[in-house]
Design a protein around this ligand. Structure first.
Ligand code: UT7
Length: 332
């Protein structure tokens, strides 16, 4: 028997129906469809408009859809990891709320916080539970309600993000499928360039923090762009080189969707044709932890057994990383 690897055996996603287009934003902001689409590739994003719903509701919808698709039951799951930067509440974890809403009762559940790299960090963490034989069925969900932390009067940030959720099921494979290698990175010196200034233990919420709009996304876009472009390209090239892979060996690059120009820089660096890159930023904007599983879900029918995939991301922290995996199934 070959060594145990963690393979994705099912994918699903869920995004709200409500669409916020660039033209909608241009009605209230000094911006334009031309500026947003040429600088980012975004045309529209989805918004969870029901004020009573949060990140866990979108994640629960994605998981219920996955159960329906796979005939799996909630009792089969032995671990649930939720990657999110917009938890329902500070504590307990959003994973606990998701477990409640999906009736998952036989699993240990926790959140991973690595901003836009959170889905990759979570996949690698989940893989360890599979590889060691601790777990047989792990759900990794990436979900964010970015609209909850955006200032819709700030054109530098609100145009960039959208809401959504995606989930994958990881199971053991002894046939060489699944996660083969990964590189995860962090440089904490970058944490001030993309963050929320208040609401945690250092600066709890107060009248002053609300008045100063410190509960919204703050981003020095130019600096983040510079680091994102270099680091996402570097780590993608590194994971490929370490596994002796050339562009010809790669079926798909599945990048985090923050900016089409960052994605193109990564593809160019490793010599990948644009036909091999999953890009849906035009429809969803940057959904933070949901972007990679949303791509896997949308491209699922095109992914074939034995395809080599590279998943890459860069996000606040700074955090970034890349995963090399062999896809394990073809959809009839
Ligand atoms: O997923 C987590 C990681 N995040 C990222 O990777 C995002 C990285 N950053 C970016 O994608 C880009 O920096 C942005 C898309 C955020 C901005 O693009 P840019 O080409 O770096 O623009 P900029 O920030 O240098 O701004 C250029 C100009 C500024 O005007 P002035 O100061 O030159 O007069 C901005 O005020 O564009 C202005 N601007 C806008 N104009 C129209 C900024 N936002 C807008 C807007 N509409 N929405």
């Amino acid at each position: 028997m070959g060594k145990i690897q963690a393979a994705i055996t099912a994918v699903n996603a869920w995004a709200p129906d409500s669409r916020l287009t660039n033209d909608d934003l241009a009605k209230t902001l000094d911006t334009s469809d031309e500026w947003i689409s040429s600088r980012t590739g975004i045309k529209e994003r989805r918004i969870l408009t029901d004020k009573n719903l949060g990140t866990s509701d979108m994640a629960a919808n994605a998981i219920k859809g996955l159960f329906a698709k796979t005939k799996l039951s909630a009792d089969d799951i032995d671990c649930l990891i939720c990657a999110t930067a917009t938890p329902d509440v500070v504590f307990p974890s959003t994973a606990c709320a998701i477990a409640d809403k999906t009736n998952i009762q036989n699993a240990f559940c926790f959140d991973v916080m690595a901003a836009c790299s959170g889905f990759l960090y979570s996949l690698v963490t989940a893989a360890k539970y599979i590889e060691t034989g601790t777990c047989k069925k792990v759900l990794v969900v990436g979900a964010d309600k970015m609209s909850a932390i955006l200032d819709y009067a700030d054109r530098r940030t609100c145009v960039l993000f959208g809401d959504g959720a995606g989930v994958v099921l990881l199971e053991p494979s002894t046939e060489g499928y699944g996660i083969i290698d990964s590189i995860l990175k962090c440089d904490g010196r970058g944490r001030h360039y993309l963050h929320m200034k208040a609401g945690g233990s250092v600066k709890p919420a107060s009248h002053e923090t609300v008045e100063n709009k410190e509960h919204f996304v703050y981003q020095d876009g130019h600096t983040v762009f510079k680091y994102a472009t270099k680091n996402m390209a570097d780590v993608t090239a590194d994971v490929m080189a370490r596994n002796h892979l050339t562009a010809d060996d790669i079926a798909w690059l599945v990048p985090h969707q923050a900016n089409k120009r960052i994605i193109e820089a990564t593809a160019k660096r490793v010599g990948l044709d644009e036909k091999k890159i999953t890009v849906n930023i035009n429809k969803y904007g940057n959904t933070t932890n949901a972007s990679i599983p949303l791509c896997l879900w949308e491209w699922e029918k095109q992914l074939k057994r034995d395809d080599n995939l590279i998943l890459s991301a860069f996000g606040a922290g700074f955090t970034w990383g890349s995963i090399y995996m062999k896809w394990g199934y073809s959809t009839p």
